[in-house]
Design a binder for this molecule. Structure first.
Ligand SMILES: Nc1nc2c(ncn2[C@@H]2O[C@H](COP(=O)(O)OP(=O)(O)OP(=O)(O)O)[C@@H](O)[C@H]2O)c(=O)[nH]1
Length: 494
């Protein structure tokens, strides 16, 4: 089961519970059983699921809840918190610091995506101003050095390795000395991938670790390994001191529950997830936004970050100004489509918008969605400036205009109407953002912080709002989550 399906099943179970007239023990048990089944099928370890169920039951003591309490909200919050707890080992990972050589060692099973991830990690920090360098200490797999070399060259990152030397410890030491001498501040060592049973290779990994004395050992895990995740992660943890986990191939048909098990086995946080083969298909992992997205609740701060990442700096204030004035025009939609196309994986972006779970835009259908967006843009290319900039929703309902745009773009009038319907739908969503304070540059999550319960209640899908207990429920949910606003719920990056 892919993660989006897991999220969808949990949300549906909560929804079903919300539809019941009275929430009694039986309704709660049914809801929790369905959530547990979904987690099992997503390969979360049996014991963890059991613990989660017991914890929720402990928190949600129906008898103790007086009639006035909003049980739905309390249960939903308990599920949200428990999912976060499963992913949160209670400690943070080492993060590279400027002004000193940071030594990072990657370990993981063969084929887990370790070599690819080393480069992604280096590339990520290179964009943040670090000077990364890669060492290939994988002397086990023929071709490993070539692969690293190829990836590193593409990302313009220096590398070190050998075709002839067979001792990985020696290579690691030589590479380390050289890159320290040359003042690189992020030195990353890729080790051989291994099978779980190979004690000799585990010993080799331990020796590399002793020689390198890394600041951080990252365990790389393929998200599709399922129930085996816990044991595998533990085997690595026993040989070297794993301090963080990166879960790869989250884009495939992964039973992402393995990630939860790996956190439990290594007692280390997931720091990034790999979402594709390309260099930039790599996301920093944060628990609360992840769980929010999993449950189709969106991740506003992540979405705003994405906007800041892809919308040209000079256009940002203008775009946000227009949006917060509630003046959504076809030109803004056109520009947004342009931005979305350059944002990278659509499903990733869409899942950050409240109400659009990743389920709505499955990975396999991205091409289709992109084609549609491009088709819409071609139609808009046949519009006049007046039409694009109009804030009068009635203007484009004139049939002569629809006909002209259809003829100009070589599309049918039905398709033009479909595009205009999409515009109306988006205009309606964005009109609800009217009056929001605009974030300053560098204060990415302030937009989310400025969202009060009133704003959010307009943006959330009605059934979810009902589930939470209306605006009042939303307000107290925010308060209970230790935040005066919504950003606490969706993860505050500051
Ligand atoms: N779809 C997808 N593929 C990935 C991702 N990360 C890695 N891969 C692919 O997974 C395959 C294995 O990746 P490698 O980086 O060679 O794996 P490795 O763990 O270094 O392998 P060994 O050197 O044998 O230990 C390659 O084809 C990668 O392109 C990801 O996040 N998503």
């Amino acid at each position: 089961m892919v993660l989006a399906e897991l999220g969808g099943r949990i949300s549906r179970a909560l929804q079903q519970m919300s539809n019941a007239t009275v929430i009694d023990e039986k309704v709660l048990t049914e809801c929790l059983n369905e959530i547990s089944r979904a987690l099992f099928q997503a390969d979360v370890q049996f014991k963890m699921v059991q613990n989660m169920q017991a914890n929720i039951k402990k928190i949600v003591n129906l008898e103790d809840l007086a009639a006035g309490h909003n049980k739905r909200r309390i249960i939903q919050q308990a599920v949200f918190n428990e999912l976060c707890n499963m992913l949160d080992p209670g400690k943070t990972s080492y993060t590279p610091k400027k002004g000193k050589p940071n030594i990072i060692m990657f370990v993981g099973l063969q084929g887990s995506g370790k070599t690819t991830t080393c480069t992604k990690y280096a590339y990520h920090y290179q964009k943040k101003g670090f000077k990364p360098a890669l060492i290939c200490a994988d002397t086990f797999r023929a071709g490993a050095f070539d692969q690293l070399k190829q990836n590193a060259t593409k990302a313009k990152i220096p590398f070190y390795g050998s075709y002839t030397e067979t001792d990985p410890v020696k290579i690691a030491q030589e590479g380390l000395e050289r890159f320290k001498r040359e003042n690189y501040d992020l030195i990353i060592v890729d080790t051989s991938g291994r099978h779980k049973q190979e004690t000799a290779l585990f010993e080799e990994m331990r020796q590399v670790s002793v020689a390198m004395n890394p600041d951080l050992v990252i365990f790389v895990m393929d998200s599709s390994i399922g129930q085996a995740a816990f044991d595998q992660a533990q085997a690595f943890k026993q040989s070297v001191s794993v301090g963080a986990v990166i879960v790869t191939k989250m884009d495939g048909h992964a039973k992402g529950g393995g990630a939860l098990s790996a956190v439990a086995a290594t007692k280390s946080p997931v720091i990034f997830i790999g979402t594709g083969e390309h260099m930039d298909e790599f996301e920093a992992f944060e628990t609360k936004p992840f769980v929010s997205r999993l449950l189709g609740m969106g991740d506003w701060s992540g979405f705003m970050d994405k906007i800041h990442e892809v919308v040209p700096m000079e256009q940002q204030p203008e775009l946000l100004q227009k949006l917060t004035e509630g003046n959504f025009t076809l030109r803004i939609m056109y520009e947004q489509f342009q931005n979305i196309l350059s944002m990278g994986p659509l499903s990733q972006v869409m899942s950050m918008i409240p109400g659009f779970s990743a389920e709505l835009m499955p990975k396999g259908r991205e091409k289709e969605s992109q084609t549609k967006i491009k088709k819409f843009m071609t139609m808009m290319d046949s519009m006049t400036n007046d039409e694009l900039d109009s804030t009068n929703p009635k203007l484009m309902s004139e049939s002569s205009r629809v006909y002209r745009v259809a003829r100009g773009s070589g599309r049918s009038t039905r398709e033009v109407i479909e595009m205009l319907d999409e515009f109306k739908r988006l205009a309606k969503i964005w009109s609800k953002m009217k009056g929001l304070k605009i974030p300053k540059k560098g204060d990415m999550s302030s937009m989310a912080r400025n969202m009060n319960a009133q704003h959010m209640s307009k943006v959330l899908p009605p059934q979810m709002l009902k589930q939470i207990g209306g605006v009042g429920g939303l307000q107290s949910l925010m308060k209970q989550m230790g935040s005066k606003d919504f950003s606490g719920m969706f993860g505050d990056k500051q």
